[in-house]
Every structure is written in structure tokens, then in C-alpha cells.
Design a protein around this ligand. Structure first.
Ligand code: NAP
Length: 277
């Protein structure tokens, strides 16, 4: 039997997940297909009934459903529960289990460019939205000792710090203070949507003060190099774009659905091709 997978979101037309997962399925020799499904918030309960009725084996969930879908599932993995968002659903013999692979996917990619022990690094996260929270909680769950936060809306950053279930030292600073103190950090993670296509000239803050050997990671992958990353690289940072996070969050979902580790190099290649890179 061919297994069916998909991604639900609104909008969803530009999702790169189908091309990436279909390539991975074919490469792994699995019969199956992955599609995109446009689901409005009002139709979400019906869509989940559809997943159950049609027996879809695995689903990715994207904006705006990552939180609202949780109440419609049978079980939520503890990390996803603490993050308060699900991006992956596994259909285990009719039981729908929600996971969050965004933070873990990010960390797999980050470890490829970090020298030394991640836990001992001084980290700054720019942003306090859904992706920031997944990354913050995942890093905290891995024992990273210090993660500071900066965000336009201060109370969102404080809420994120206060609800974190893992022990972590964190300090909030506004965007201007963060810009001034940027050279303190070994790892700077840009998680806001600022600089994303089509607004490619924008940047959340100036990346002019860079610690020697620091890694600057921007989770945006369209464009592949944001203004923020370009400036950081110009000032000596090791840079990473959001493609790694996208591929590894997908690979972790694929593993949960199939039990097989997919070919991430191929996944990266097909997404890059789609992006015109
Ligand atoms: P979100 O929950 O809506 O959070 C958006 C964040 O951006 C918030 O911190 C928000 O600040 C900030 N922001 C937006 N517009 C701003 C502006 N004009 N000035 C200052 N701050 C602004 O979104 P998300 O789901 O976390 O996604 C954020 C970005 O990550 C998007 O570009 C998304 O495509 C990308 N992403 C990439 C991956 C990947 O796999 N690579 C995965 C998930 C998301 P406030 O709190 O002040 O509003």
C-alpha cells in the first residue's frame, strides 16, 4: 500500500516540504506520496477528521495551525507540549501524536558549524515567536547554560523565559542593547521574519560587533543570505542560513513516520534547486 503524507497550513502554496519529502521517499525506496493541503483555521477540525478517516501516515503542520491543532490530537510529546506547538503528527494505528521537530532540527544543523561544546556557549536569540520558543526550549533542554533574548515586544520574551520548564540563565535586552553587546556572544540566532523575501533589505539589528569565531545563524532561507548574515560575515562571523533547520526538521519528521533516516544531502539539493540557488 502507498502511504500518504502531507503538510497543512494557510497559506501553503509556496511550501517546499512536498518536493523535499517526495525526493526523500523515492530515494529511500518507499512507495508513497506527500502533498500540500490548504486548510483555513475554520476547517482545521474537519481536516484532522480527514487525516483520521483517510489514514494519512504523517503530517507536517505550519502557520497558523501549530498551536491550535494540539487540542485535536490524541497525545502530545512532552517537548512539544512545553513549546506549545506541534509541527509533526505521527499516525500510530489511528492514534495521532504531535511532536515538535523545529528546535531539534535547528540544533542538528547548528552543531555542524559550532566548534566545541554547545552547552558552554553564550547564546543570544533575536525574536520571541514560535520558532524562537522551539529553539530556546530545545537548547535549554540540552543544558545550554546561558541564552539571552531580545525582541521588539518585551513581554513576549519574558513570557517565554518564565514558562520555560528547563533550568536556564537568561537575560532580556532590547534590540538596541543587543546590538551594542553583540560581541559578547558565541552564537547569535536570528529568528524574526525581518529580512525575509520580499523585504530583503531589512535587518533586526546591525551585526557590526562580532566576537572572534562567533556563529551567526538566521533561520530564514529565502533569501539564502539575509542582510543580517551578509553583514555578520563581512565582520568575521561564521554564518548559517535557515536551510539546514528546514531540512533537518523535515528529516526528523520523516524518521518518526518511516523509521528510516533520509538522505539529507538530497533533501537540501532539491530545496536549493526549488529556491533557484
Ligand atoms: P512568529 O511566531 O510570527 O514570530 C515572529 C517574530 O518576528 C517575533 O519575534 C516578532 O516580534 C518578530 N517580528 C516580526 N516583524 C517584526 C518587525 N517589523 N520588527 C521587529 N520584530 C518583528 O513567526 P515564527 O513562526 O517564529 O517564524 C519566524 C521566522 O522564522 C519566519 O521568517 C519563518 O519563515 C522562519 N522559520 C524558519 C524555519 C526553518 O525551518 N528554517 C522554521 C520556522 C520558521 P514581536 O514579538 O515583537 O511581534
Amino acid at each position: 500500500m502507498n502511504d500518504l503524507y502531507g503538510v497543512i497550513g494557510d497559506p501553503i502554496a509556496h511550501s517546499m516540504s512536498p518536493v523535499m519529502h517526495n525526493a526523500a521517499l523515492e530515494d529511500a525506496g518507499l512507495k508513497g506520496a506527500y502533498s500540500r493541503f490548504q486548510v483555513s483555521p475554520a476547517k482545521l477540525p474537519d481536516a484532522v477528521k480527514g487525516i483520521r478517516a483517510l489514514g494519512l501516515k504523517g503530517i507536517n503542520v505550519t502557520v497558523p495551525h501549530k498551536t491550535s491543532i494540539m487540542a485535536l490530537l490524541d497525545e502530545i510529546d512532552p517537548l512539544a507540549a512545553s513549546i506549545g506547538a506541534v509541527n509533526t503528527i505521527v499516525n500510530q494505528q489511528g492514534k495521532l501524536i504531535g511532536y515538535n521537530t523545529d528546535g531539534q532540527g535547528f540544533v542538528v544543523g547548528l552543531k555542524k558549524v559550532i566548534a566545541g561544546d554547545l552547552a558552554s556557549k553564550e547564546v543570544l536569540i533575536i525574536g520571541a515567536g514560535g520558532a524562537a520558543k522551539a529553539i530556546y526550549y530545545t537548547l535549554a533542554s540540552l543544558g545550554v547554560r546561558r541564552i539571552d533574548l531580545t525582541n521588539r515586544t518585551e513581554n513576549k520574551a519574558f513570557e517565554m523565559m518564565e514558562s520555560c520548564p528547563f533550568e536556564i540563565a537568561s537575560h532580556y535586552c532590547n534590540l538596541l542593547e543587543a546590538e551594542e553587546n553583540l560581541s559578547r556572544y558565541d552564537v547569535v540566532i536570528q529568528t524574526t521574519s525581518i529580512g525575509m523575501f520580499p523585504d530583503i533589505g531589512a535587518s533586526p539589528l546591525k551585526a557590526s560587533r562580532v566576537k572572534t569565531g562567533a556563529v551567526f545563524s538566521d533561520i530564514i532561507y529565502n533569501p539564502l543570505q539575509t542582510s543580517f548574515l551578509k553583514e555578520a560575515q563581512h565582520n568575521g562571523a561564521v554564518i548559517q542560513n535557515g536551510l539546514e533547520m528546514f531540512v533537518y526538521q523535515g528529516a526528523l519528521a520523516f524518521e518518526r513516520w518511516t523509521g528510516i533516516t533520509p538522505n539529507t544531502e538530497l533533501m537540501k539539493k532539491v530545496v536549493l534547486k526549488q529556491l533557484g540557488g
